[in-house]
Write a protein that binds this ligand. Structure first.
Ligand SMILES: Nc1ncnc2c1ncn2[C@@H]1O[C@H](COP(=O)(O)OP(=O)(O)OP(=O)(O)O)[C@@H](O)[C@H]1O
Ligand SMILES: [Mg+2]
Length: 419
């Protein structure tokens, strides 16, 4: 029973989801513990009430401990919010021995991360995007090659230190150490993207309750990331205001009658509901509801399109967009997204899970399962001591230079083709 155990805590705007899984040699990842609790004190991906958030996280952790029978001491934790930003940076080093070794890559990455970032920001990820050896561009893995000057292109993701620290405190209140934060779209991407899409060029987009998280993958690697502070809750809010109903009723109406394209709903298609200030239930045309929803969803995809264009990679995405997150369940969202973005769009959710998976095969849990996949990828590269960040692993936080993560990306460029 010494197979590695991995733990992820997805702290979303609507739910906190703690998952415990065992990495089994034969079967793969088996979910052993699940703790899903309504979120509190979290808005648009950031903590707005430390006590309420800590309690919700604690309940979710306790549930996962109870179902798995394991004590959780450390976990990977999801991160989102508009305080996250990213920048591309280049690191250059000289090669003394002629042949590039792993150590040279680490030095180059260290160079790239030595950019001036404001003192109140914290580096969350340093992701390599490719190498240049003596002027030769587009090298995927330079180890073993001859050269004098090695350059690495990296994508560096930073977050507001205080916001990250607040989230860490909320998790630590349950005596659980955050072994690493993982940006939401990078976790989701591990679940919903396939290798061909990543290589061709694709955007992954996770629309949750409070945030819309996006990452662009080209040539197998992350080239751009972004978190927008809009999500499904904004649609609910619009419905609540537009129809003058309570937020709870609006949420239920959205899920039961919602549609993203107004013109596809028949004129006479109606439902009844109770509105503020009305004694009797009122009749609402589904077309009017779809009109409210369409405006918000269209605006969200316009913002995403703007961001994709601003990144400069809009011409490099033949695989289009892969859409996930709870809001991707809104009927009609796929064709609307495709129309606004002018690219193919596919819906995706976690699949082929084993263990306690009943609720998890929904697009709402792409990030949650993605955290486990990250832990799996990282632990794979930690060699014979894989429980380092498992539930019974030591509590030491990782060193400030995050070698396991860097190794993960290095490994992806080498034997990743295998499966
Ligand atoms: N059938 C449905 N139609 C439309 N929206 C839906 C449906 N089911 C769920 N949603 C919406 O999905 C959202 C929740 O998604 P998800 O669980 O991915 O969010 P989260 O992870 O808690 O939030 P975030 O990632 O934004 O912090 C809610 O706004 C909910 O209304
Ligand atoms: Mg989410």
């Amino acid at each position: 029973m010494d197979e590695p155990i991995v733990v992820g805590i997805d702290i979303g705007t609507t739910k906190v989801c703690t998952l415990v899984a065992r990495l089994e040699a034969e079967a793969g990842m088996r979910i052993l513990g699940v703790g899903i609790e309504p979120s509190q004190g979290i808005r648009k991906g950031t903590v707005v009430d430390v006590l309420a958030a800590s309690q919700a996280i604690s309940r979710s952790i306790e549930k996962a401990q109870r179902t798995s029978g394991l004590e959780i001491t450390s976990a990977l934790v999801s991160l989102a919010g508009s305080h996250v930003s990213s920048v591309n940076s280049r690191g250059v080093v000289g090669i003394s021995g002629g042949v590039v070794e792993e150590e040279d890559i680490y030095r180059a990455i260290d160079q790239a991360r030595a950019i001036a970032i404001p003192h109140n920001r914290e580096i969350i990820h340093v992701i390599q995007r490719g190498f240049n050896l003596d002027g030769q561009e587009g090298i995927r893995s330079p180890i073993g090659m001859y050269g004098y000057r090695l350059e690495v292109e990296t994508h560096i993701i930073t977050a507001a230190e205080a916001t990250v620290e607040n989230l860490r405190q909320c998790v630590q209140a349950s005596n659980v150490e955050v072994s690493q934060f993982v940006l939401n779209p990078l976790a989701s991407a591990e679940v919903v993207l396939d290798k061909t899409e990543r290589d061709m060029g694709v955007v992954v987009c996770d629309i949750g309750g409070g945030t819309t998280d996006m990452a662009i993958y080209i040539n197998g690697d992350v080239w751009h990331t972004m978190v927008l502070a809009v999500g499904g809750n904004h649609i609910t809010q619009d419905i609540s205001v537009g129809l003058r109903v309570s937020p709870e009723t609006a949420e239920q109406i959205k899920k039961q009658y919602g549609y993203a394209i107004r013109d596809e709903i028949a004129e006479d298609d109606c439902f009844t509901t109770r509105a503020y200030g009305e004694e009797q239930p009122i009749q609402v045309r589904r077309r009017d509801l779809a009109h409210i929803i369409e405006a918000r969803v269209e605006e969200t995809f316009q913002l995403l399109l703007q961001e994709i264009k601003r990144s400069g990679y809009d011409g490099l995405l033949p695989a289009g967009m892969v859409l996930t997150g709870g809001t991707s369940q809104l009927p009609g969202i796929r064709p609307l997204a495709s129309r606004v973005l002018g690219m193919p769009v596919r819906l995706a959710r976690p699949e082929n899970l084993i263990g306690l998976v009943d609720q998890l095969q929904s697009p709402s849990y792409s990030t949650s399962i993605g955290l486990l996949k990250w832990a799996e990828l990282m632990d794979d590269n930690l060699g014979p001591a894989p429980t380092r960040r498992g539930p019974r692993g030591p509590k030491n936080p990782l060193p400030s230079v995050n070698w396991p993560e860097i190794k993960k990306w290095l490994t992806r460029l080498l034997p990743y083709d295998e499966e």
